[in-house]
Design a protein around this ligand. Sequence first.
Ligand SMILES: [Cu+2]
Length: 507
Amino acid sequence: MPALGGTPHDSEPETAMTPQLESDREPCREKTQSDDAHCDESQPWSRRAFLSGTALTLCGLAAGRAEAFANLQAEAVSLGHRDAPWYPLHVPTETSADLSTLTCAPALVDMGDGTLRGVLAYNGGFPGPTWIARTGDWITVKLVNQLNEPTITHWHGLVVNYANDGGPLLEIGPGAAYDYNFQIKQRAGLNFYHPHTHMLTGKQVCLGLAGAFIVRDAEEDALALPSGAYEVPLVIRDASFDNHGNLTYNPTTSGFNGKFPLVNGTLRPTLTVDRGVYRFRVLNGANARVFRLALSNGAPFTVIGNDGGLLRAPANVTPIDLGMAERLDLLIDFSALSAGQTVSLRCLAAKWDLLQFVGTGAPGIPYAVPATLSTIAPLVGPSQPSRTFTFDGMSRINGLEYDPYRIDFRVPFGVTERWRFKTGGNAPHPVHVHGASFQVVSRTGGRGKLYPWESGWKDTVLLSDRETVDVVIRFAAYQGEYDGQYVMHCHQLEHEGMGMMTNFKVI
Ligand SMILES: [Cu+2]
């Protein structure tokens, strides 16, 4: 694994990409009555909220908080400066498999700068608590909806039956609760829980409802990977504030495009690192942004895992395009980073420094990556596609917008199929399938190749403009008219909300 050099802390690198709030901020204006409704009603993709008159917003949560807004203005000015403040990376609270209640509610959180900002939170956390469970554990948790609109939680990456999958028809109203009860039957990996509420997913995720769900198993244990303080989840997303400094959801026709990045809900985060190897569990938690991840000194990442857990073998690679809802398991060796030196995790596409690492100079844990991480048998499917799905425009699959009551196709249980995903444009379309993981076998058109982080098992694959991607998939966990009902959809959440989703059953 390559060891990093760094940049002395006191010399500003020429290519620094400090997130700029000043030029991107929404114009200062007086709060008007329409502000209390701006999150929804004017947006055509929020047709459900429009129709129902649902008006959950953060807008009223901290209304009149002029003080917070003044702080934001002062901060925005300072950000044009090389001494822009960086704040310690927040690491979400961990919870074990036996968490009994998961409550969705508005909350005020500090994103690092001391200002309390309105978000929607799971158990008060932004992101929500990081679940740490093991294969075989049972999850028995009550979801409590303290929002003023429906919600339901989906366990992205966890293979569960219909009743536990959090699909759009399972939503619960304000004040209601939903009982989940399922066993984790899959291998170790980083998963992602978030609302999957019909036509409200994009808004609820954007306003803060998301968290990491880590599964561990004996295979992973045997690798003795960096752990404790040396294993850090990184939930990366973009965000925008309203005039009161609260998170806001203001998508355009091309999706929500936040003005600045957050990692684990922290503005301009910094993490002090010892001279050793760290394991980062990375999730793209954005609604509509692909991150092109790289380190500021050009060193490659060592990728050891992705959506579905460990890869067969580590891969040293940079940059990495990480689509929405995709995950990475990365090792970074900071053994060459001396006290006070910095190196940053960047998004080359947005020209943002996402996270600044600052060396402590203290000895860390060395780690030699094994040449083989896992045994992954290739899933052998047909040479020709069993089914083809075209992702049309911004709202259709095979020409159809989502209808929660229409079953579009049925898949035989236990049979290996080859699914083809195609698009002519309006990408990125990260295609996510519920109910099974798949293996990506080809990409033609567009980027024209597969990448090391797409090997092994995946549940989300990035489809860029004019690409055709084939995956091999086999549903072998749940089946039946009820238990076997799942969705497949685009994880550009505004596309999903507009209808780029389909129902199917595993029979
Ligand atoms: Cu899409």
